[in-house]
Write a protein that binds this ligand. Structure first.
Ligand SMILES: [Zn+2]
Length: 315
């Protein structure tokens, strides 16, 4: 990531009417395009050289005359003023303030996650077993396995380092949401038992994992989404004895490339498998079916409940 323009803090600069415009211009020098908000607080932004959601940049508009910004991984912190005056001391102070603000946010996030984990454990203790007649389960033709139920919500227990930290709620219409403010990164659920297993599978969603567990009998770890596959696979590899094989069972988001997007499921599954030298298993699709993307879908087709006819549900 290179600066495209000269430093604003060193002498002659373009004239700007507002501090927002001056800041936007300075940020553009780092390839960052945004419309600054004069909130008086620290605002975060993504830098273009890191993955989406990186939040590696920050800025703050102090008043109509001055703003500061920084980029953590480039060790950049600068003060922007309407008149382009340089002030290294103010830049250093702004960086320190930004660091404190980041630490405060992290503490708040952890406190909220701890509160949500308590709530998750209460809900889990109070919940009944999953009802096999729940509309979502019935539609998927799957038994509840490790799910519990609270009202009409199915609950998927989510663990981190052996502790229940969050719950994924599955609503009758199939929408899924974890509890608000709870930990989501690296969390996983388990269908079956790890003890004594010769092979453990890892899949994205609960229904995919349940379909695989039913067909193959081995324990299946639910990573919840594509981004979580690799972190979950790494933790599992560390935890399991070397002789236990791990297979990453991917989703095939084959509809995405037609929209100009990457096949996220396939890419993430391959990445996770490479990261821990695991076997990779992808679904093979049905004849006359363009809707299946995962093993739960192909199983449904195989059972006659879907639209196509699978060549083989699982070879
Ligand atoms: Zn199908």
């Amino acid at each position: 990531m290179k600066r495209a323009r000269g430093k604003h803090s060193t002498g002659a600069v373009d004239h700007h009417d507002t501090i927002e415009a001056a800041l936007a211009d300075a940020l553009a020098g780092y390839g960052v395009t945004l419309t600054p908000r004069a909130s008086g607080r620290f605002e975060r932004f993504d830098t273009p050289d890191k993955p989406k959601g990186n939040g590696n940049g920050w800025y703050r508009i102090h008043g109509p005359q001055a703003a500061s910004f920084g980029i953590w991984h480039l060790d950049v912190s600068e003060v922007v003023t309407l008149h382009g005056a340089s002030d290294p001391e103010a830049a250093a102070q702004a960086r320190l303030d930004a660091m404190r603000d980041r630490e405060r946010q992290e503490r708040e996030r952890q406190q909220q996650a701890a509160k949500t984990a308590d709530e998750a454990r209460r809900w889990w203790a109070d919940a009944g077993p999953g009802d096999p007649a729940h509309p979502w389960l019935a539609g998927k033709r799957l038994p509840p396995y490790n799910l519990r139920q609270r009202g009409e919500m199915l609950l998927v227990p989510l663990y981190f380092e052996g502790e229940l930290v969050n719950l994924e709620r599955i609503f009758p219409d199939g929408s899924k949401r974890p509890l608000k403010g709870g930990r989501v990164k690296g969390v996983a659920s388990l269908i079956g038992r790890l003890a004594g297993a010769e092979r453990v599978l890892v899949a994205e969603g609960w229904s995919t994992a349940a379909a695989l567990h039913e067909a193959m009998g081995c324990p299946v770890v639910v990573a919840r989404n594509a981004d979580n596959l690799a972190p979950v696979a790494r933790r599992l590899r560390q935890r399991l004895p070397d002789e236990v094989g791990i297979t990453i069972c991917g989703d095939d988001d084959r509809h995405l490339p037609a929209q100009g997007l990457a096949n996220k499921g396939r890419v993430a599954a391959r990445h996770a498998a490479l990261a821990i030298d695991a076997t990779l298993l992808m679904p093979s699709f049905c004849a006359r079916c363009e809707t299946c993307t995962d093993f739960a879908d192909t199983r449904l087709c195989w059972l006659g409940g879907g639209r196509g006819q699978p060549y083989a549900y699982l070879a």
